[in-house]
Design a protein around this ligand. Structure first.
Ligand code: SAH
Length: 191
């Protein structure tokens, strides 16, 4: 089976209601839903699309900014060797950590902090996924991307963004590619 088919079949059996405390009856609809503290879980088809855009591989070390509910984190953990995930809202952070530990993922490291500065200690990362909208691509995240490496993130103004892929080659040259309009909650923090 191709990687994207494997991701699709895992996605199809991953129950989104496990990552929510309210609106359980809506969890199977392909719509974004609130997870409290002004944050939202993206619509599942977009979570799937971003996971597939990342082009993960079994030995990948993957950084995620914006743990939120942990729904996206579970997909990353299933298809990476190790996932490093950062969330800035304590209430969401502790709930997601608890959930993912109970689900039995041994390969996720959690950090309560501003993710726009990355996680230097464990860099470089083969893959980086940002699940909140950045006005500009945070420089620390570009610096902490491996050569070669790939990052997916929404970039743009608060009302609408472009889903962007950042490619870094073996030499460290960076190029970006836009993949359509999306709408995410803002990335807060230093960068
Ligand atoms: N991937 C999540 C979606 C979360 S919404 C899921 O599947 O549920 C975006 C998340 O990014 C929110 O939880 C928000 O608190 C977090 N966030 C925003 N700015 C951040 C920052 N600078 N560092 C870490 N997390 C941040």
């Amino acid at each position: 089976m191709l990687l994207n088919e494997k991701i699709l079949s895992f996605y199809n059996q991953l129950d989104r209601s496990l990552f929510m405390e309210k609106n359980q009856s809506l969890s199977h609809e392909d719509i974004p839903l609130p997870i409290g503290y002004g944050q939202t879980i993206s619509q599942p088809s977009l979570v799937l699309k971003m996971t597939q855009m990342l082009n993960l591989f079994p030995s990948a070390r993957t950084l995620e900014i914006g743990t939120g509910s942990g729904y996206q984190t579970a997909l990353l953990a299933e298809f990476s060797q190790e996932v490093f995930t950062i969330e800035r809202i304590p209430e969401l952070f502790y709930k997601a950590e608890n959930r993912l530990k109970l689900m039995g993922y041994p390969n996720i490291r959690f950090k309560l902090d501003d993710g726009s500065i990355g996680w230097k200690e464990f860099s470089p990362f083969d893959r980086i996924l940002v699940t909140a909208a950045a006005k500009h691509i945070p420089q620390p995240l570009i610096d902490q991307l491996n050569s070669p490496g790939l990052m997916v993130l929404p970039v743009g103004k608060s009302d609408i963004q472009q889903l962007t892929i950042v490619f870094k080659n073996e030499k460290g040259d960076v190029r970006t590619e836009s993949h359509g309009a999306v709408r995410f909650v803002p990335l807060l923090g230093r960068y």
